[in-house]
Ligand binder design. Structure first.
Ligand code: NOJ
Length: 558
């Protein structure tokens, strides 16, 4: 029986890159070539065989920021957008990485941080010196709204920092405040200044000319602010940021035109991909900012617990918001969020003892079989876990401010070094890792899982291989179905005359599904799934799923 309102169609004119799988690399934590304990670009080159034909069949890598940075927000505070941080390598290393990726048919996507810079960026150094000159209005400078009884300047409005504390920083040298959504060391750029916009487009063109295949845009819907910088309305919430309705500091009505201007620059070169990181929660907003050639992350699935009900609701909401024409993204984790198997296992409730690896594998099926562009975070392919980081080793600045009025997930926990092998340093480094390794690194790693056909890694490899040649999974339409039993989700993917049926169980006990009742008459064959040998329907068309099993079946043609 089909559920209403969630069906979708394939768009034949869609750009090819939307069909591909992107793998996110956090460069400091992926692989260390020079032994200084921090990952680097040559380290990535050393491990490119992890991808491609004989490895994980992904289509693109997205590199979290690689630019010079004082490192206060670990690269998201950029002091020069045009070159490579010496900590991570050289410009030649970068060009070599691009060439090596292209030789293997892999695209390279850069993380563009254009909402703010580091306070050590030459633009900011010039801007804070004087109210005159070409960079004077590159940032959000404002006069104080008044002075208190002690002669201290009062901030221009009530905006606060997402990273905790006030949003405005006083600079006596200039006699004005500047705004920062994030750290004091990340001053906000003024996108209402055409000179700033031109400077950004020059930088974008520079990377396109160097062969970069696209960009992930950091917090892109925060670029524009209210022209009058009005105070936000105050609401109920659990943190200073949460106690404001962000009416004037993000999501401005003229922002969609800025996306169009950005995409026009990128479209000067063919086939380049762009993804916006939504700095708001609503799936509907992600859909509003999505375009044929520009996709947008939405977060609902990153927050869903491991239940069919929650994931079903997220999928339906997303499909409804995006409709048949727009193409969504599918991601369950990234460098800001808990690792997926850790989060999902922790969400199952007290009445069950979760099987971490079974959930990791079923989650892989979820990501790789829904309509949308899938994004994988490094390490998920071996089921890496969140790591407890002692306070004196925390590398995430806002985590040090966390407290009852400022709840914060310590992002150091999900950024630990990639687990490549069994030796010291887990094959990540010969030195002392910049962030501690997970305690299970000696047993949970690529080397060990390569030898085990039942490993999480083996599951990802099978799924990615299957997906690479599957038109229905890459660009097919999607229709959600009623699985007819509790705790199981079902949907179909259709394209090119092929029809796949996906079933995912979210429960730690077996479930039997009647395929005819779910998808109508027809013969189904299991093609791939979370288990090495997927559950096969019996002669009566009944499919017995094992705990947390996910299966992709194909309809017999004719
Ligand atoms: C979003 C990024 O994903 C996050 O890691 C970063 O701290 C903020 N933007 C600020 O750039």
């Amino acid at each position: 029986m089909a559920l209403p309102d969630v069906s979708s169609r394939t768009d034949p004119a869609a750009p090819d890159w939307r069909d591909g799988v992107t793998y996110q690399i956090y460069p400091r934590s992926f692989a260390d070539h020079d032994g200084d304990g921090t990952g680097d670009l040559p380290g990535i080159i050393d491990h490119l065989d992890h991808f491609g034909r004989d490895g994980l069949a992904i289509d693109a890598i997205w590199l979290s920021p690689i630019y010079p940075s004082p490192g206060r927000d670990l690269g998201y505070d950029v002091s020069d957008h045009t070159t490579v941080d010496p900590l991570l390598g050289t410009d030649d290393d970068f060009d070599r990485l691009v060439a090596e990726c292209h030789r293997r048919g892999i695209k390279v996507i850069l993380d563009l941080v254009m909402n703010h810079t580091s306070d050590e960026h030459p633009w900011f150094l010039a801007s804070k010196k004087s109210r005159e000159g070409p960079y004077a209005d590159f940032y959000l400078w404002r006069d104080p709204s008044g002075w208190d009884a002690d002669g201290h300047p009062r901030p221009p409005n009530n905006w606060v920092s997402f990273f905790g504390g006030p949003g405005w920083e006083w600079v006596p040298e200039r006699g004005q405040f500047y705004y920062h959504t994030f750290l004091v060391g990340q001053p906000e750029l003024n996108w209402r200044n055409p000179l700033l916009e031109d400077a950004q487009w020059d930088m974008v063109r520079g990377w396109l000319d160097r062969g970069v295949d696209g960009f992930r845009l950091d917090v892109f819907n925060a670029f524009l602010k209210d022209p009058e910088l009005r105070s936000n309305p105050v609401i109920e919430g659990d943190s200073p940021w949460g106690r404001q309705e962000h009416r004037y500091d993000i999501d401005q009505p003229d922002f969609p035109e800025l996306i169009e201007r950005f995409r026009a620059i990128v479209d000067e070169q063919p086939g380049r991909m762009t993804i916006g990181e939504l700095f708001s929660r609503e799936t509907e907003l992600a859909a509003r900012y999505a375009r044929d050639h520009h996709i947008v992350f939405d977060w609902s699935m990153m927050e869903s617990p491991w239940t069919a009900e929650a994931f079903g609701a997220s999928i339906d909401r997303r499909e409804r918001a995006f409709g048949p024409k727009l193409w969504p993204t599918v991601a369950l984790s990234n460098h800001d969020r808990e690792r997926q198997a850790t989060r999902l296992s922790a969400s199952v409730g007290r009445d069950r003892d979760p099987d971490h690896d079974a959930i990791a594998k079923a989650a892989a099926v979820l990501i790789l079989t829904q309509r949308g562009s899938p994004f994988l975070y490094y390490g998920e392919e071996v089921g890496m876990v969140d790591v407890d980081i002692p306070r004196d080793e925390i590398v995430d600045p806002p985590a040090l401010r966390a407290g009852p009025d400022f709840p914060w997930y310590d992002r150091s926990r999900c950024r630990t070094p990639m687990q490549w092998g069994t030796g010291p340093g887990a094959g990540f480094t010969t030195g002392r890792p910049w962030l501690r390794l997970a305690p299970d690194a000696a047993t949970r790693n690529v080397e060990t899982q390569m030898r085990d056909p039942d490993s999480v890694l083996a599951c990802y490899r099978r799924l990615l291989d299957f997906r690479r040649d599957s038109e229905p999974l890459r660009r097919g339409s999607m229709e959600r179905l009623d699985a007819g039993v509790p705790d199981v989700l079902a949907w179909t993917r259709d394209a090119g005359g092929r029809r796949l049926l996906v079933l995912v169980s979210f429960v730690g006990e077996p479930r039997t599904v009647d395929l005819a009742a779910v998808a109508g008459d027809g013969r189904w064959t299991a093609r791939v799934g979370s288990h090495r040998v997927p559950a096969e329907p019996d002669a009566g068309g009944r499919l017995s799923l094992r705990p947390d099993e996910a299966v992709v079946l194909e309809a017999a043609s004719g």
